[in-house]
Design a protein around this ligand. Structure first.
Ligand code: C5P
Length: 221
C-alpha cells in the first residue's frame, strides 16, 4: 500500500478517446479505452490527491472519490481542462485526442447522393490540449507539473524526446511495444531531460502507482 504521497495536491487527468462528429449519427474516434487514465486517477486519489478526471467517451466506472467531467470532442476536452487547470498542481494528459476533426459538422444526417459518389471529408486540426495547458502555465509562471503520454508504433524513445521539447513538458510516458488499447497491462518508458528509464511490464494499476510515486518525487524535489 502506498503512503499519501500526494496529500494536499490537486491532480487533473485527461483520459480516453475523443469523438469528432461528422453529422448527428457519425464521427471519428480511436481505440483508447481510458484504462490507463482511470488507473492513474484512482492511484492519485489513493495517494491523497484531490483528483479531477476529464473523460472522453469510455465505458468505465468513475474511481471512488474522483470528480469526473464527461466530454466528447477535443474542443470540449480543452474547455473542461482549461476550466480546471488553474487550480491543479499536476496535469497528466493520457487522453488519445483526435488530431483532426471534420472541418464542418452537418446538422442533418448526410445522405447518400443518387449518383452513388462517396463524400470527401475535409479535416481541420484540433487544439493540442497538453501543449496549450503547459504553455499557459509557463506564461503565468505557474508551478503546474505536466506529464504527457506517447503511443507510437516505432522509434518510441526518439518520438517521446521530441514531444518533450515540442510540448515543453518535463516528463513523457511512452507505451512500449504493441499498442495496449483496452488491455489491462502495459510496459512503459519514462522519458525526461536526463534520459530514458523502463518500467517493466505490469498491470496498469501497478504502473499507475509507480507513476504517481515518480510524479510525487519530482514535485517534491
Ligand atoms: O502529439 P501527440 O498526440 O503524439 O502527443 C501525445 C500527448 O499529447 C498525450 O499526452 C496526449 O494526451 C496529448 N495531446 C493533447 N491534445 C492533442 C494531442 C495530444 O493533449 N490534441
Amino acid at each position: 500500500f502506498q503512503p499519501k504521497l500526494l496529500a494536499g495536491k490537486r491532480v487533473l487527468v485527461t483520459a480516453g478517446p475523443t469523438f469528432e462528429a461528422l453529422d448527428p449519427i457519425r464521427g471519428i474516434t480511436n481505440h483508447s479505452s481510458g484504462k490507463m487514465g482511470f488507473a492513474l486517477a484512482r492511484a492519485a486519489r489513493e495517494a491523497g490527491a484531490d483528483v479531477t478526471l476529464v473523460a472522453g467517451p469510455v465505458h468505465l466506472p468513475t474511481p471512488r472519490g474522483v470528480t469526473r467531467i464527461d466530454v466528447k470532442s477535443a474542443r470540449e476536452m480543452l474547455q473542461a481542462t482549461l476550466g480546471e487547470e488553474p487550480r491543479a498542481d499536476v496535469f497528466v494528459a493520457t487522453a488519445a485526442v483526435a488530431d483532426w476533426r471534420p472541418a464542418a459538422q452537418s446538422e442533418q444526417k448526410i445522405k447518400k447522393p443518387a449518383s452513388g459518389a462517396a463524400p470527401v471529408v475535409a479535416f481541420t486540426e484540433n487544439p493540442d490540449i497538453l501543449q496549450t495547458v503547459a504553455q499557459g502555465a509557463r506564461a503565468r509562471s505557474g508551478a503546474l507539473f505536466c506529464v504527457g503520454f506517447a503511443a507510437e508504433t516505432h522509434d518510441l524513445a526518439a518520438h517521446a524526446r521530441a514531444k518533450l521539447v515540442r510540448k515543453g513538458i518535463p516528463l513523457i510516458v511512452g507505451n512500449i511495444g504493441p499498442l495496449t488499447f483496452g488491455l489491462d497491462d502495459n510496459q512503459m518508458l519514462l522519458v525526461d531531460a536526463q534520459g530514458v528509464r523502463e518500467l517493466p511490464r505490469a498491470s496498469k494499476t501497478v504502473l499507475a502507482r509507480q507513476l504517481v510515486a515518480e510524479i510525487a518525487r519530482r514535485i517534491a524535489g
